[in-house]
Design a protein around this ligand. Structure first.
Ligand code: JCF
Length: 671
């Protein structure tokens, strides 16, 4: 006999935990500390292990995944699960709206429900008397696979409906998806374990739902947004779509908060633009917008054509993935001699631009992809990130494909290519003898945050090196106006300006000079630390690896790069020539007081009115702070200027400290 007190405690614990789950996973508003939640959960687990007969599939303890199943059962959808017609342009959307109005004989604008189109897997959830009894994939629309065991592990899917006001039989449909953060985590783990990675979050969601063992699914961080109904008994549930979604919210379902109504095709178009601008900052992938005629009577009047309703359409965004062919793989030589394979592609329009090259990073990446020249590949460009090759379409490989081989000699200077055991990158051993490395070294030397030689662009550096006018960075200071004026597309005036900029660059700072030398792994922050700590160039040149490691942030690897650099006679000769050319810097102040912002990481977003972004960055680096381009949990402060955009939103989402310009200036002064 089970005591009533146990039954009562179990019931009350389950209700309480379900409530916290709902607040946390559906509403995004945690109501109690994690520790308290864990105590409730542990108490429930303890009772259930004492009274195993009382474990029910609705219990919140069952989310971690029950025992594996043997195979998937087929289920028939009482009401078919439809797909959506697509529109690929505003014109096609207008055509859709015109057809709707004609069929409805509507004289006024139609009210549409708008929502992001999730890039996931359509799933049906069936509730009997408020309890989840079945979850199924869409399949072919008529019948799909029973995936109840896996869907139970998705924390935001209610196992029991909230409240009492629900129909006896209720089928809710929606999209199960993998958030971008979960996708990154899952793939990182797969890579670390030497397993196959997923190509995109959609495939990852699909693969995770099609597991026989729900304990695996439970680790995949899946989530779900609900967007519609299937069978409902007794009907009706509501009079209109948006009203239904609101009712679903009260029953405990997650509905996309960006869902809203729009008036006519103009309203739809504005919504499309708005969400497209948000696309990259959303924590999940979407591939368009779904528009639905809101009113159910009107939906009914419009009916269906074959597999899709006439009352809904998906307006697709430009694709972020496309198929193209690798026509060649070439090797580029960087400033430090790193040899990087670059795929030359048949040009393809993807993510809003035409892409004809994609970096392959290194030979390991080529092996990982198993890529051959001539292969068809999926390339992906999301937001403003550089295009990536996601995978090779092996099915389309023809026998003529060629293997990619690492060149044994540098494609630019013919020096030997070396690869250190255990390192992914191969390098040209030519050093500054290699024209490619020389060009990159000069471009780096002249760059804004190094010697800041305004007007010495890539094309001019290429020409100066190709014509033999400049062999080392010191040669820049011997250039004459007439030599530069003689270059292609260079006028007298711009030649004079460039010579002026070169001369002006002789007044510099020790930190800029050290950074400009282009020592491996000595970035701006390290250069500044070296300057502040060692004070003079001489002490840096004579420092041992041990001395160098006394400098903050300098570890054994960087220290040995620095030492090696100063042991090369040609580097010392170049430095001597630079000093002889008149490069000077003020003595480094000996008062090295700690600024309160030292070591803090900043992200600057939007426009600042009283100082440029570069200047703001300079001033932060001077006090020992770090400046990053992207917002993350590690960011200490986000400086938000005028018209700050997605970075500000992300900072708000992460609950970071956000400061305005005034506050930022005060922080800088406060030393
Ligand atoms: O987000 C989606 N992928 C999505 C798919 C959203 C919807 O509102 C849908 C859908 C497929 C069919 N609605 C229907 C009727």
């Amino acid at each position: 006999m089970i005591p009533d007190s146990v039954k009562a405690e179990l019931a009350s614990l389950r209700i309480e935990i379900n409530e916290h789950n709902h607040r946390y996973y559906v509403m995004d508003e945690p109501s109690i500390p994690d520790a308290e939640y864990d105590r409730l959960m542990n108490q429930l687990k303890r009772l259930e292990s004492e009274w195993p007969d009382l474990v029910s599939p609705d219990s919140p303890t069952q989310r971690v995944g029950a025992a594996p199943i043997i195979s998937f059962k087929q289920v028939t959808h009482e009401i078919p699960m439809l797909s959506l017609d697509n529109a690929f342009s505003f014109e096609e959307l207008e055509d859709f709206d015109r057809r709707v109005r004609e069929r409805l004989e509507a004289s006024e604008s139609v009210t549409y429900a708008c929502e992001p189109k999730m890039d996931g897997i359509a799933v049906s959830l069936l509730y009997e008397n408020g309890a989840l009894v079945r979850a199924a994939t869409r399949g072919d629309g008529q019948s799909g696979e029973d995936i109840t065991h896996n869907v139970r592990t998705i924390k935001s899917v209610p196992l029991l409906l909230r409240g009492k006001d629900f129909p006896e039989l209720l089928e809710v449909r929606g999209e199960v998806y993998m958030p971008k953060s979960a996708f990154d985590r899952v793939n990182k783990r797969a890579e670390a374990e030497g397993l196959k990675t997923f190509v995109n979050p959609r495939n990852a969601a699909s693969g995770s739902l099609r597991q026989l063992d729900p304990r695996i699914t439970a680790t995949r961080g899946l989530d779900m947004y609900c967007y519609g109904l299937g069978i409902v008994t007794p009907a009706p549930f509501a009079d209109a779509h948006l009203e239904s979604l609101n009712k679903l919210r009260t029953l405990g379902f997650r509905v996309n908060p960006l869902t809203e109504s729009a008036c006519g095709v103009e309203g739809c178009h504005a919504y499309y633009q708005k969400v497209m601008a948000l696309r990259d900052s959303l924590p999940y992938e979407i591939d368009g917008i779904v528009f639905k005629v809101d009113n159910y009577k009107k939906q009914q009047a419009l009916g269906f054509v074959s597999r899709a309703p006439r009352w809904a359409i998906a307006h697709k965004f430009p694709a972020q993935e496309e198929l193209t062919q690798v026509v060649d793989v070439e090797f580029q030589v960087g400033r430090t001699g790193a040899i990087t394979p670059v795929a030359r592609l048949t040009p393809v329009f993807v993510g809003g631009v035409t892409v004809s090259n994609a970096t392959l990073h290194n030979m390991d990446e080529i092996r990982r992809l198993d890529l051959r020249i001539g292969d068809f590949v999926v390339i992906r460009r999301a937001g403003d990130v550089i295009p990536q090759i996601v995978n090779v379409v092996k099915e389309r490989r023809n026998p003529e494909v060629k293997e990619v081989l690492l060149p044994v000699r540098c494609p630019v200077c013919d020096s030997a290519v070396t690869q250190i055991e255990g390192e992914a990158v191969a390098r040209c051993s030519g050093g500054l003898y290699c024209q490619a490395q020389r060009k990159e070294a000069i471009k780096h030397f002249a760059s804004r945050r190094a010697m800041d030689i305004d007007g010495l662009g890539d094309k001019i550096v290429d020409a100066l090196v190709d014509q033999g006018l400049v062999k080392t960075v010191a040669d820049l200071y011997a250039l004459t106006v007439s030599q530069i004026a003689a270059l292609d597309r260079m006028g007298q005036k711009s030649a004079e300006n460039l010579i002026g900029a070169i001369q002006r660059s002789r007044q510099t700072q020790l930190a800029n000079f050290i950074y400009a030398l282009g020592i491996r792994e000595v970035g701006e922050a390290t250069a500044r630390a070296l300057a502040n700590f060692l004070k003079t160039l001489e002490s840096m040149i004579s420092a041992s690896v041990d001395d160098l490691q006394q400098v903050p942030d300098v570890g054994p690897v960087v220290a040995s790069h620095i030492e090696t650099f100063f042991r090369q006679p040609h580097n010392l000769e170049t430095i001597e020539a630079l000093l002889a050319a008149g490069i000077v810097w003020p003595e480094v102040a000996s008062s090295d007081i700690d600024h309160p912002l030292k070591g803090k990481t900043f992200v600057i977003t939007g426009t600042l009115s009283s100082l440029g972004r570069e200047e703001a960055k300079d001033r932060l680096l001077k006090v020992g702070a770090k400046v990053s381009g992207s917002v993350s949990k590690k960011t200490d402060f986000v400086v938000a200027g005028e018209a700050a955009g997605s970075k500000l939103e992300k900072a708000q989402a992460l609950n970071l400290t956000i400061v305005d310009e005034n506050c930022f200036l005060k922080m800088l002064e406060n030393s």
